[in-house]
Design a protein around this ligand. Structure first.
Ligand code: URA
Length: 205
């Protein structure tokens, strides 16, 4: 499905990737999902955020991080002075995987083969953009970028080198924060998440 990229601007190249990904059938997730949710944002971003996969609203509307997780992300980005327009935001997997339960569709973690099938899209996005820093949101993106042995709870907030950027860091996934039932724990995680994004905000240029 990967196209031969032509033209010189990163914007043009990302548009070619987006078009090709819109008809990707590289794994079975394209069937039940509404659409491919490709990355969005600044084609020349110095900082790229990578999530896991689109959620319910992202699937319906076609853009990453616009549901509840996106709202939390936006609040924290704003609190550390990061402008979403300056960044590029994408996911490790571009289709929503879910289990229908009544009228709600419940997020299901993507399988290793689905993450592997989608990996060329993420790698192509990063090859085109060449950011100085990548922040992985959650373990799925962290393992894609930093290797399968990466342990989020041990290595969260640490800066690594990766194939795609001078600095790569992993932090909590905003959905993981939202799911924590204990208010105090949730608040502690949110503060750690904000601290990691604050570090990114101070170093990504
Ligand atoms: N969670 C993600 O990982 N990505 C999205 O785009 C939305 C929710």
């Amino acid at each position: 499905y990967l196209p031969e990229l032509s033209g010189s601007s990163t914007d043009a190249k990302l548009k070619q990737l987006r078009r090709a990904a819109s008809v990707c059938e590289g794994c079975d997730l394209h069937g039940p999902a509404t659409q491919t949710v490709f990355g969005v944002g600044n084609p020349n971003a110095k900082l790229v955020l990578v999530g896991e996969q689109p959620g319910d609203q992202e699937d319906l509307l076609g853009s990453p991080f616009i549901g509840p997780a996106g709202q939390l992300l936006d609040e924290v980005l704003q609190s550390v002075g990061l402008d979403r327009e300056e960044l590029y935001i994408t996911n490790a997997v571009k289709h929503f995987k879910f289990k229908p339960t009544g009228k709600r569709r419940l997020h299901v973690k993507p399988a290793a083969r689905e993450v592997a099938a989608c990996r060329p899209w993420l790698e192509s996005e990063l090859d085109v953009i060449r950011p100085s820093m990548i922040v992985a949101l959650g373990a799925t993106a962290a393992k894609v970028l930093l290797g399968p042995a990466f342990r989020l709870l041990v290595e969260r907030g640490q800066v690594h080198r990766s194939d795609h950027a001078k600095w790569t860091m992993a932090t909590y996934h905003p959905s993981a924060i939202l799911r924590v039932p204990n208010e105090e724990t949730r608040q502690t995680m949110r503060e750690a998440f904000a601290k990691d994004l604050q570090f990114a905000a101070e170093h990504y240029r």
